[in-house]
Design a binder for this molecule. Sequence first.
Ligand code: UD1
Length: 416
Amino acid sequence: MGKLVIDGGNKISGEIGVQGAKNAVLPILAATVMADGVCTLKNCPYLRDVDKTDLVLERLGCRVHRAGNTVTVDTRGMCDCKICEDLMREMRSSIIFLGAIISRCKKAVVSMPGGCPIGLRPIDLHLKALRELGVDIQEEHGYIKCSTDKIVGGNIHLDFPSVGATENAMLAAVCAEGFTTITNAAREPEIVDLGNFLNCMGAKVRGMGGSVIKIEGVSKLHGAEYTIMPDRIVAATYLAASAITGGEICLKNVNPRDMVAMLHVLLDMGVQLRIEKDKIIQKAPKKLESIHIVRTMPYPGFPTDIQSPFMALATVARGTSIFIENIFENRFQHVDELTRMGADIKVEGRSAVVRGVNALQGANVVARELRGGAALVVAALAANGTTTIGGTEFIDRGYENIEKYLLECGAKIRRE
Ligand code: UD1
């Protein structure tokens, strides 16, 4: 916990090796419960959400061991199929265990999920997908109780390409009897990573990365070794941190092809980019240009997760930028805090109009959710004077050692 204290005005320049992706490692850890053996996951970031997921696995009776960035999960002793309220309340993404546990145990009990307070986060699509595969679901007293004699392949159509629902459907379907097709599936790179991992375990998943995923059920999965993909949202946050300070940064261990929408916005704002296979080198201009209009969309559109850090950039850009949040209805909680720092932002429903100001001022602010917290860090790096950011437990859900990486690149940042 604690606070991050940042003295703004220093260029963020240097080199950062980007951590493994939170949104990939969580469903992949959940998938390990289906292995009849040991899974070894490399490039696992040190994050609060990963620790919590490890705890879920341990409570289920699995053995989890971490050595550096490698996490080993032995699920052979798994003896429980219930995820308790305390863990589900803290981390909504634990819902991703539902598909994996039901696949292994033919029953699963999970408390209704909690998570970042960024608006309604229903799970109707997850449940509809599981029902399509023959799972009986009862919702009682805040718990979801699932049971089935056998999971049978089916045709799942998602009304919206939900990332979590696509992942749950994939997890439940890989060991189903027969074939499953998921249409209007989410296309996020993290879905591709999950599909690749499942295939390493012996699953037969095709089409991930497109909107139709086809799965041929197999009778069992085995242990596997896998390297988690780089975190594209963390990568873009560091690009924003450097861009707002006029710095020059080289990101290593990235996959630029997963970041096209974000890189185009940065180019529009006037940065220079050199892209290599797994590297991005960015040189920022003295003054950023405004962004005409940014609409958050499912992948390959502009990600909702980077809306707030990029809004921080727009607060000091030349001219007016417009952000439209189409994914989560309450993802402007950073706006009040940026305003405390001198930003000029007007919110109307799902739209935010940001008029660039000459400079932000340091202030006491509070992170209310993960990416909004990252936006405050980006803003503070460029602000005049000192900013104290509370609510760091949200930032630690998704950013490994954020102060260490920024310090190494020239920030004046400390944790109190
Ligand atoms: C994942 C990411 C999160 C990212 C989001 C959108 C993880 C751990 N988290 O969250 O960082 O911001 O994708 O890219 O991977 N919805 C329903 N019913 C459902 C499920 C979702 O209506 O059953 C709606 C949600 O309210 C939201 C939209 O669909 O408006 C997108 O949600 P979804 O793609 O499911 O996001 P998550 O998987 O929760």
